[in-house]
Design a protein around this ligand. Structure first.
Ligand code: 5GP
Ligand code: ZN
Length: 114
């Protein structure tokens, strides 16, 4: 399934350019256009899922986390540490309604988040 007006579906389909970091199976990773850390990569399923509220495929969600860990290792930030974030709906800060995980690293993160 693909949502016609979905920005990340268009990136996954190559209709809108993005800096692709890695493509593997059902997942795609590309650089965030407005990076909040030296490493800021978005991980998406290539098939449209609107948010974590609509995610029913535990295997897919697990793959996203394993993929994030592999990307962190490849970016050289795994040992120092990093953060994986899934913003969900307005209170969670979600602005693009295609499920994505942010991989953030390369600087010390603060807690609690804003
Ligand atoms: P959210 O706020 O939904 O968790 O995250 C959406 C992210 O998508 C934001 O960090 C934003 O910078 C990023 N973003 C929005 N539009 C584009 C785009 O056209 N290309 C890329 N690469 N990232 C985008
Ligand atoms: Zn989509």
């Amino acid at each position: 399934m693909s949502a016609t007006d979905c920005l990340f579906c268009k990136i996954a389909g190559g209709e809108i350019p993005a800096t692709i970091v890695k493509r593997d199976g059902r997942l795609l990773a590309f650089r965030d256009i407005n990076p909040q850390a030296p490493t800021h990569v978005l991980i998406i399923p290539t098939q449209h899922v609107s948010s974590l509220n609509d995610a029913r495929d535990a295997g897919l969600l697990g793959e996203m986390l394993v993929f994030a860990g592999n990307l962190a290792r490849e970016a050289g930030i795994a040992e120092r540490g990093y953060r994986v974030v899934v913003n969900t709906n307005p209170d969670g800060g979600q602005t693009v309604f295609h499920l994505h995980a942010h991989l953030l690293g390369g600087r010390r993160m603060t807690w609690p988040p804003g």
